[in-house]
Design a protein around this ligand. Structure first.
Ligand code: FEO
Length: 409
């Protein structure tokens, strides 16, 4: 049985200390980690997050020493990744009355991952509150920090923030609190930020806005130490580490188009990059001077190349430009292909093949997933037909992903 770890009145740590060398996101967590779950022993007992899938049964057995699971009324899932939601199946089976509280995108994932199609879900939105009998929980959505469905939970009476992955450290320990740690945790805190949060740093701004309206006296994350001393220092570190460190970056967008749809994608890419502070030049290769286009590429830090598709290939004279790029030294630049299409969009893939023949760093969905775990950022940027709101969001994610790389080198 776990020792009883009280972190505030009627609030208990009920997690798992994992002092293995933990394989995670293609890394080995040499210092191990913890999966912090919390029990709020109120009139409507509530669990906030669970533990890694491997420890689900152990988690419920330990929890049963502190409370009869049948009495649990709410299970809050801030983030669906299995190192936090992994105990949900075991817990839900023993807590038949419990309603699962999460954001809208999390519902589908949790139902499918843990076969919870018959369970009650309470979908919460940004700013919603939930009375759990003696305490009030407030929920703030923090999408893409680090996956789409993530939210943070704040206990209003306790002034405790439960942000799941955010503000975590990967250190197995039984000291629990930062002020009782035998080490200065700052380096581990920064390492965690760099590994898990930094690729998503654009979204830290949403978090900072959310925190503006919360009086946070303690941060109880889901890995590593609970922060109850110098709390503001750790919040400020996130603000500082997510700020841009680079400026004066440039992008070049080159396109050809049949019915103006690819042009619209190109123009939307330009506006997104400029919103992110990237100076951007745009060229329609059928109208522009090719020497001018190549000179712009030479000056750029990122290059986007797009075409409509006709007869399963590029159109216009874009291929001349692409051939020229394969002869140039473009090392250090980022490249991505894009285009609007109606049927198969082969031109976008042909451009991608040409880009691989240059010495630029070509963006690909596969690489993004492998290095960041993000599934909402896609390369090449393929837009079917014209830009609607959903496709705009997709282009926005991809353009911003490139901008973030340029601005934080
Ligand atoms: Fe600790 Fe995103 O999982």
């Amino acid at each position: 049985m776990n020792q009883e770890v009280k972190i505030a009145e009627d609030v208990y740590w009920v997690g798992k200390n994992d002092n293995r060398e933990v394989p995670f996101h293609r890394l080995i967590l040499a210092k191990g980690t913890t999966y912090n779950a919390y029990l709020l022993k109120t009139e409507k007992p509530t669990i906030i997050d669970t533990v890694d899938f491997a420890f689900g049964r152990e988690f419920v057995e330990n929890l049963s020493q502190q409370i009869d699971p049948k009495t649990i009324q709410y299970i809050v899932i801030n983030h669906t990744e299995p190192d936090h939601s992994g105990g949900l199946a075991a817990l839900a089976a023993r807590a038949p009355e419990a309603t699962i509280v999460c954001t809208e995108p999390a519902v589908y994932e949790l139902k499918e991952m843990y076969k919870l199609h018959q369970r009650n879900f309470l979908v919460v939105h940004d700013g919603d509150t939930l009375d759990i009998g003696g305490k009030t929980l407030k929920f703030k959505e923090t999408p893409y920090l680090h996956t789409k469905e993530t939210m943070i939970t704040y206990s209003i009476e306790d002034k405790i923030l439960f942000p799941c992955d955010i503000f975590s450290t990967h250190v197995a320990n039984e000291e629990f609190f930062n002020d009782e740690a035998s080490i200065d945790i700052t380096e581990d805190f920064i390492t965690y930020y760099n590994l898990i949060i930094h690729p998503h740093r654009r979204y830290v701004a949403t978090l900072m806005d959310a925190l503006e309206e919360l009086d946070v006296q303690m941060i109880a994350p889901s890995h590593g130490y609970i922060l109850r001393e110098n709390v503001q220092k750790y919040i400020d570190l996130y603000g500082e580490m997510s700020a841009n460190t680079q400026e004066n970056k440039k992008a070049t967008i080159i396109f050809t188009t049949i019915r103006k749809n690819t042009r619209k994608v190109a123009e939307y890419l330009k506006s997104t990059l400029e919103k992110d502070g990237i100076e951007t030049e745009i060229f329609n290769t059928d109208k522009a001077d090719h020497d001018e286009v190549l000179a712009s590429v030479q000056q750029a830090d990122a290059v986007f190349i797009g075409s409509s598709t006709k007869y399963a290939d590029m159109i216009g004279n874009l291929e001349d430009i692409l051939k020229a790029l394969t002869e140039m030294d473009l090392e250090g630049k980022i490249a991505a292909s894009f285009g609007s299409y109606g049927w198969s969009g082969e031109a976008i893939e042909v451009i991608q093949d040409y880009l691989y023949e240059t010495n630029m760093t070509v963006q690909s969905t596969s690489q993004v997933i492998k290095t960041t775990g993000m599934t909402h950022v896609e390369f090449p940027i393929r837009v079917r037909f014209s830009l609607d709101d959903e496709q705009r969001e997709k282009v926005d994610h991809s353009a911003t992903f490139v901008a973030e790389q340029l601005l934080s080198v």
